[in-house]
Design a protein around this ligand. Structure first.
Ligand code: URA
Ligand code: URA
Length: 242
């Protein structure tokens, strides 16, 4: 019995040392366990230990992240939502669009950009020679803010680890941030979007192009010309790197 316990403790210590070496700082927790201080950010899933005693890891999948968000009550937006709007598209997309937050139609259907702004985004995609199924589309905030008000900093902070993990799981070659909220929260910048757009930035090492939000374009159609300039840069970058 004592020998077994010693063996278990030796194994556990070796496992933790291996994980530390691999840079794993948070362990995947079974559902139902609440963390109090910080949301778990665990981009790697431990899948086993090989014969040499090394820990085997793999990147978590979008479906695993989605499952973790089910019935999410991490911020007050859960009170008014009908559906969590996680994201749609190709899980291996080279190009990801990140918007702000679901509106009424998105909340009803559980899908991002299906309202009027979404139809404009579809036309932008069409002009780029792309379709919804080829790219990935999601939002900073997964639940609809009441009356479509701007999401509050604490609501963005509650959702951010999930967006970060989503982008890590997809690992696209380019991210397009749509509108002020997406741009400012991904880049942690307060600079006006009119000054950030049109130039390359980086998010976790991935090239990021800020541009105007399709909802803004519906009110200010003159901005479409600038968005098209930005999308041409995106297409050029995708071609260069393929
Ligand atoms: N606006 C957004 O930012 N996201 C959506 O999903 C819809 C409208
Ligand atoms: N202001 C915004 O909030 N978004 C835009 O896309 C442009 C201006």
């Amino acid at each position: 019995m004592k020998k077994d316990l010693l063996e278990i403790s030796r194994q556990a210590r070796a496992l933790l040392q291996d994980m530390h070496l691999l840079g794993v700082r948070d362990l995947v927790m079974p559902p139902g366990i609440e963390t109090v201080s910080e949301l778990p950010v665990c981009p790697l899933h431990v899948t086993g230990i090989d014969r040499g005693g090394s820990v085997l890891c793999r990147q978590e999948t979008l479906e695993e992240i989605r499952a973790e968000l089910e019935n999410c009550r991490r911020c007050p937006l859960c009170e008014g939502r009908r559906n969590i709007v996680f994201g749609v598209g190709n899980p291996q997309a080279s190009l990801v669009f990140v918007g702000e937050a679901p509106g009424r139609e998105e909340d009803e259907r559980g899908e991002p950009f299906v309202g009027e702004a979404g139809r404009l985004l579809d036309r932008i995609l069409f002009a780029m020679g792309l379709s919804r199924g080829e790219v990935y589309i999601c939002n900073v905030e997964k639940c609809r803010p009441p009356q479509n008000r701007d999401p509050r900093p604490e609501e963005i902070a509650a959702c951010e680890p999930y967006l970060k993990r989503q982008l890590a799981a997809i690992n696209p070659r380019v991210i397009v941030a749509l509108g002020r909220i997406a741009v400012q929260s991904l880049l942690r910048e307060q600079t006006a979007i009119s000054r950030l757009r049109g130039r390359w930035h980086q998010y976790e090492g991935i090239p990021l192009m800020p541009t105007y939000h399709p909802a803004y374009l519906l009110r200010n159609p003159a901005g479409k010309r600038e968005v098209w300039e930005d999308m041409k840069q995106v297409l050029k970058r995708l071609r260069e790197e393929s």
